[in-house]
Design a protein around this ligand. Structure first.
Ligand SMILES: Cc1ncc(COP(=O)(O)O)c(C=O)c1O
Length: 358
């Protein structure tokens, strides 16, 4: 059975409801009318094959390794369904994005965690993963960039994780929905999918975070052919097929990724640096120091769970940050520069100071 995902319930209550949104983790939504695309034929059955082809081209992988999905969320479900049976075990990073755990539990798996530690820059340390892996572990799961710290999982690390997993006949699942942020592809092709690193790496992603296309729910699983076949079987058994309109609009918007990459770069320019300067000015605050992306994690050691104070700031001053509590980091908050322009972001940081002062 699927338990409630507390973080998403909380996010739906607050995100987008405040004037100073320093919590939302994707670039602002783009409207269809802004894309300048011809309206697709939503009765064309060829759209299914076209979407698969467009996803394969976008990720520079063979079509046979692609399974379209409704956002990264459903891609994750399909990836899990392709490797997990009840009683299996999954190794997930901590702190972590809660749905990574809930989706696995819902499929009857047991979730165990390995730490990504502040003093190690929130790197994934393969030795720690190797120490935690067991005979029933079917997959190791990481996000890159890491939600909530923004730390990248380097390719060499994924390679090491893949070798650790391979020795157990297991997989590595990389949620790479934030991965393109270090070099958003203005030619529309993301060439660095973790899928290409090793045979047993499965990548999941979507157009949600980098391109402002979250409501189109264009997501995918990329995996070796046996994974693609099993993910396809899970799809057929649980929803049959996706709406034809999803496929038609999906392949159309994939054609707009290049200009949307340029848009995202312009929207984000200079704001990470504002965040960094602000955190450096705070006494007693630690910072995850992401190199790119649109958020980082601020930790206030010794302050206990910040959830109620974060909610109070949202109500009293209209400034919201992501509560670390939902990621297993209660003394922290995720600070995002995705939504506000630079001036509004700076003002939001000023309004946040009472939270930091305690
Ligand atoms: C790591 C991670 N994966 C997946 C998602 C969900 O992505 P989508 O909206 O494409 O389903 C999120 C959203 O916050 C996320 O942070």
């Amino acid at each position: 059975m699927f338990g409630p995902t507390r973080y998403i319930a909380w996010a739906m209550q607050f995100y987008g409801q405040v004037p100073y949104d320093l919590a939302t983790s994707g670039v602002p939504l783009v409207k269809w009318s802004e894309l300048g695309l011809p309206v697709p034929d939503i009765d064309d059955f060829g759209a299914y094959a076209a979407l698969r082809g467009a996803i394969a081209r976008h990720n520079d992988v063979p079509k046979a390794e692609v399974v379209p999905a409704l956002g990264t969320s459903q891609a994750l479900f399909l990836a899990y369904a392709s490797v997990l049976s009840p009683g299996d075990e999954l190794l997930v990073e901590s702190p972590g994005y809660e749905p990574l755990t809930r989706a696995a539990e819902g499929l009857g798996a047991t979730v165990r965690t390995f730490e990504r530690r502040a003093e190690e820059g929130y790197r994934v340390v393969p030795e720690r993963v190797a120490a935690a892996i067991g005979p029933r572990t079917r997959a190791i799961v990481v996000t890159s960039l890491h939600n909530p710290t923004g730390a990248r999982v380097e390719d060499d690390t994924v390679r090491e994780l893949a070798a650790i997993a391979e020795a157990r006949g297991a997989y590595v699942i990389v949620d790479e929905v934030y991965a393109p942020f270090d070099d958003l592809p203005e030619d529309g092709v993301f060439r660095r999918s973790a899928r290409k690193i090793a045979r047993n790496v499965i990548a999941v992603s979507s157009l949600t975070k980098c391109y402002g296309l979250g409501m189109y729910r264009v997501g995918w699983v990329l995996g070796a052919e046996e994974i693609a076949e099993r993910a396809e079987a899970a799809a057929l058994a649980t929803f049959g097929h996706l709406p034809l309109a999803h496929a038609s609009y999906g392949s159309a918007v994939l054609g707009a990724v290049g200009p949307l990459a340029a848009r995202a770069k312009a929207l984000l320019a200079g704001k990470r640096e504002i965040a960094e300067r602000w955190v450096a000015s705070l006494p007693n605050a630690q910072w995850s120091a992401p190199r790119d992306g649109l958020f980082g994690l601020v930790t206030l050691p010794g302050r206990g769970d910040l959830l109620r104070s974060i909610e109070a700031r949202a109500r009293e001053s209209g400034v919201l940050v992501g509560a670390g509590s939902f990621f297993g980091a209660p003394e922290s908050f995720r600070l995002s520069w995705a939504s506000c322009d630079a001036a509004r972001f700076a003002e939001g940081l000023r309004l946040l100071e009472p939270l930091v002062a305690g």
